[in-house]
Design a protein around this ligand. Sequence first.
Ligand code: AMP
Ligand code: TRP
Length: 332
Amino acid sequence: MTRIFSGVKPTGHLTLGNYLGAVRRWAGTDQHRADALFCVVDLHALTVEHDPARVRRLSRQAATLLLAAGIDPALCTVFVQSHVDEHARLSYVMECTATDGELRRMIQYKEKSARARAAGESVRLSLLTYPALMAADILAYGTDEVPVGDDQTQHVELTRDLAVRFNQRYGHTFVVPKATRPEVAARVMDLQEPTSKMGKSHAATAGIVYLLDEPEVVRKKIMRAVTDSGREVEYDREEKPGVANLLDVLAACEGGNPEELAGVYESYGALKKDTAEAVVELLRPVRERHAELAADPGYVDQVLKEGAERARGMARPTVDAAYRAIGLLPAG
Ligand code: AMP
Ligand code: TRP
């Protein structure tokens, strides 16, 4: 059976980008067709300035939202990364497989480290080594497919390179995984700045739709989205990134094709209005289910506990095999 692994970082509240790019597929198809693991990757949230209490809160919230989105712990494994030691154990082995140059070439590292330096903040070493941990997350489970948004493709490519290199040097140990992306909305853009990704940790929130935003807030954000000059509704990501983004979002909500949808609209206003309503309806059941689940934190904790036990059992043999293959003496 196909093994799927993916994760979400508790660095902020989950966004429409997370949902359309990743979580919706996890719940909709992935968990039904494969042996899937979905992980709140909390160790990854420590790579940038963080508040411990907030990370803790966001981790529980992210797990609750995964369940609210329809991820069913009877079908797949839902857990928190730091509950399973194998991730950190294998991460070190990945650091011994990757090169300094490879990690410095990662776009996300270049962008985030430049931003931190510009703000006068220090850059944590873990921001550089983060893709080694991500490779460990994936490889520890013999993963075949990694359903992610476009921004993660480079990290999954690196993971493939590391798996192949390790296997060649030390003998076949890892499955070589591949990234899978959604057909539409693989990169949802910020509504106020449609040339940048809608990112959950951005400081300016007017262009970000959060999964838990009230319907009125969602409507306001979408109605105020930056559109482009001209009046024609056309699907042109280069020339009209704002309009193209709305068309992508609407197409993702309704299951249509953004180019065809462009022909249906005569004004930006009408497109915004329909997009706003489509997003409100898409998120409504998730928000409602989240409220129910949040009232019962004991249930979520129990799901995470059982998930971690299951995940540990799956990762342990692979990580032990990697330790032996690379030359570490078995503990006996
Ligand atoms: P992160 O927010 O970085 O933890 O991302 C969790 C998942 O959501 C990853 O698979 C990302 O690729 C995906 N994702 C995050 N932001 C977006 C976005 N704006 N558009 C599409 N996918 C996204
Ligand atoms: N790096 C991913 C992100 O920022 C999160 C992540 C960590 C992940 N480990 C993973 C995604 C393993 C897929 C598989 O979105």
